[in-house]
Design a protein around this ligand. Structure first.
Ligand SMILES: [Zn+2]
Length: 94
């Protein structure tokens, strides 16, 4: 099995949290703050040890665009600045 196939296969994807609340940055920060801190810590190390075996890892955040915008503290997809990757404004988009 190729590395690419194993990395992006749904069987290698795990749900870490479920939150029944609004999808605002403030709510997500409050409800998921400790989890995010732990994920960031593991991601910075780039390795994880399970049962004495060290595994290299790469962390991806996968979600719908609305959730990703909320995690970045951005507004909705139609707001003035709604790009996750750059600072282009709504007026400059085609
Ligand atoms: Zn952009």
């Amino acid at each position: 099995m190729s590395l690419l196939k194993t990395c992006f296969c749904f069987t290698d994807t795990y749900t870490l949290a479920c939150v029944k609340a609004g999808e605002s940055y403030e709510v997500l920060k409050e409800e998921l703050g400790l989890l995010i801190t732990e994920i960031n810590s593991v991601a910075e190390k780039g390795v994880i040890v399970i049962d004495g075996t060290q595994f290299s890892l790469e962390v991806f955040l996968a979600a719908d665009y609305k959730f990703l915008l909320a995690t970045m503290g951005l507004g909705c997809a139609t707001s003035d600045y709604a790009c996750l990757w750059c600072l282009v404004s709504k007026k400059e988009r085609y």
